[in-house]
Design a protein around this ligand. Sequence first.
Ligand SMILES: C[S@@+](CC[C@H](N)C(=O)[O-])C[C@H]1O[C@@H](n2cnc3c(N)ncnc32)[C@H](O)[C@@H]1O
Length: 316
Amino acid sequence: MAGESTTYVHHPVMVREIEAIFGKVPPGVVVDATVGGGGHAAVVLQAHPHLSVIGLDQDGSALEAAAARLQPFGDRVTLRRSRFDQMSAIVHDLGYGKVAGVLFDLGVSSPQLDLPSRGFSYRNDGPLDMRMDERQPRTAADVVNGYEEGELARVLRELGDERFAPRIAKAIVAARPLETTGQLADVVRSAIPAGARRTGGHPAKRSFQAIRIEVNEELTTLGDTIDGAVDLLQPRGRIAVLAYHSGEDRIVKDRLRNAETGGCVCPPGLPCVCGATPKVKLLRKGARKPTVAEVSANPRAESARLRAAERLEDAA
Ligand SMILES: C[S@@+](CC[C@H](N)C(=O)[O-])C[C@H]1O[C@@H](n2cnc3c(N)ncnc32)[C@H](O)[C@@H]1O
């Protein structure tokens, strides 16, 4: 798009917390499953000379930015363009058995949101795209113009927690074909009752989030990938996950909790007799949130929830 900046600027979230988590792992390789522009990876590599990084991302421009940012760390860095559900296969292809850590910083990067040509933005007009991986065939236009009304309403409700999902879906269907993010934002705004438009940020925020998650199938493989990451960890290796909305965080919480109990089905408070073997201990019970100071410096940190766990010495 004319005049569009190609500089990749993304301020990584909760960096001191991530740095501290991976300071305590044994020497080895950390998989940054969503390396983006390499901000977290650079912090980990800088602070912890005993670690190297395998960085994955499905977005080609993110990987280019990561390659430039992480170039000073030389052969301590290996980057692959891939979805994170391929993590175990990539780690094994690179000749590693187990890893010292896995980091997920889920969701979108600032450049994806900010560049109008990527079509994620409800603030800047662009094509209805929203693909993190531009090699994938399905775009936001396919969802917005192709889904049946009921299916569209389900996406908006389940992936965006949008309480006006049926009204918005109906308005989108009536306005078809939609071609740009600006048109979509206008249709969503006008479908929301005037009184409700004044609360909860931009009126199109939830709908855009929902369509983006649908286009990129963001929740489809997350749970199984977290299970796979737990199984890749060497003893005392750690997994850390930053999630940015409730649907993501629920999956992270459930999968880490399941790894903590080993899937135990015994009644709470009674000794385990079902044979479950715990795999990890949680580093803390609930999710950590960014500090007030971080949120005021970087408003995109606001919804971040960090959960982390450590692989037990004697896990099966
Ligand atoms: C919040 S950004 C990560 C930013 C990074 N931590 C940094 O410091 O620059 C999330 C990144 O994850 C990538 N991503 C999201 N889902 C993915 C998936 N399933 N597989 C691979 N990459 C994914 C996005 O393309 C995006 O670049």
